[in-house]
Design a protein around this ligand. Sequence first.
Ligand code: FAD
Length: 448
Amino acid sequence: MTARVTIEMTGIFAPGFRVAPYWWDAAEPAEREGGLPAETPIAIVGGGYAGLSAALTLRRLGHDVTVLDADRIGWGASSRNGGMVSGGIKAASGELEKQMGKEQAKAVVGAAAASFPFIEELIAREGIDCDYVRCGRFVPAWTPGHYRALEHKVDSIAENTGLPAWMLPRARQREELGSDHYYGGLAADATGSLHPGKYARGLTEAAVRAGAALVQRVRVQGIDRSGSGFVLRTDKGQMRAGAVLVATNGYSRAPGGGGALPWLARRLVPVASYIIATEPLGRERVKKLFPNARMIADTKRVLNYFRPSPDGERVLWGGRASFAPVGTEAGKAAPVLHKAMTGVFPELRGVKITHAWTGNVAFTLDGLPHIGEQGGIHYAAGCQGSGVAMASWLGHQAGLKIAGAANAPFALDGRHFPTLPFYDGRPWFLPLVGEWLRLRDRIDRAAA
Ligand SMILES: Cc1cc2nc3c(=O)[nH]c(=O)nc-3n(C[C@H](O)[C@H](O)[C@H](O)COP(=O)(O)OP(=O)(O)OC[C@H]3O[C@@H](n4cnc5c(N)ncnc54)[C@H](O)[C@@H]3O)c2cc1C
């Protein structure tokens, strides 16, 4: 009701506006038949990119798997994200070197960068029709200081990805972005774009073709050791499994507390990310804003990320519109995103929104994605909001490990996985941290 009042007052919503992912118009996660089996050799909890990619890898290696999801398969972040495909990790190489030494840092950066060629190969090999294009990205600088920081990174980005990366000063910014809002930026070729709903659906179909069993609407409430295997307690009864992978990422803590693996939830900080889609604007108009159709994510601490829709007709605009507890009504966040969008593209002021939605990403306290084992239970999680390639890659690596088929060490496997004292997976501190980050963004800009 409150959301409806906001909608009518702001006048930014198109007739038929929906609080649902734009992606679901073309590829909403499907309903599927089938109940919980009594047992399975390998159970995978979470039917997102990580769980599905692990299932596909395990099936290709001849192992029987059952993927369970508390909602529909693909319902989580995997059918809601921005569809920006890049490898790499948020933590800077220099910081990693200080933490773990040069050699380990190099191994971690290399293990993460490998996610990009992996997903490109996976999409091509499985013939997944998901509008994938290697379009590259542009990272516009919020301040001159951010531009200088990007200059320090540009060579290592080119080196780690093996693809060109270059700086574009403010005077040439319009070659990449139809806006004067930023102070130049960094362009890099090692980024693609896809339709996340279609990718989730295609990965699901690939896993089914390979012989994976997928069971929807089963919430795992706990996992107990039993003999040489495990018993999964669910809201639909019990299931025995020889091995278990938990791939629940930003949804690891159940709404009322607990979850499949509370140990994992205590190491992940779920953060809601929000996106809006504009009404169709016409390709010419969108092309003026995104001349080379690159993916854009700016350097703000509370970042904006935006892109053209795959058909080139709309603008999709994302950000952390709210740091309130995850699951906040996306309709309420939409005016915040609309304002940010028109700050960068003032010509979109009269443009209306057709969709607004939210989903959870998972941050870790060390800024790294992780796979590993806890009490014999495997996990793969923590993509820091950049998980299209990474979650697919972590799932694949976890699958190889479970099958005993990994023929080289994986640097993101089995690393120390930090938590905070008394933290139970409920990020009560986010509103405070969020406001602090916003304030720092404002101060940086005022000083620019
Ligand atoms: C709005 C938004 C924008 C994003 N934009 C980008 C982007 O542009 N580029 C990028 O690289 N990344 C982006 N991401 C991040 C990316 O989507 C995720 O990192 C990735 O999809 C995570 O995949 P996953 O399989 O680990 O988790 P998810 O896809 O979230 O799947 C986890 C699944 O686990 C299920 N589950 C949880 N608990 C249980 C339980 N107890 N029992 C059974 N099932 C359970 C959930 O129902 C859910 O379906 C974005 C995320 C969001 C939300």
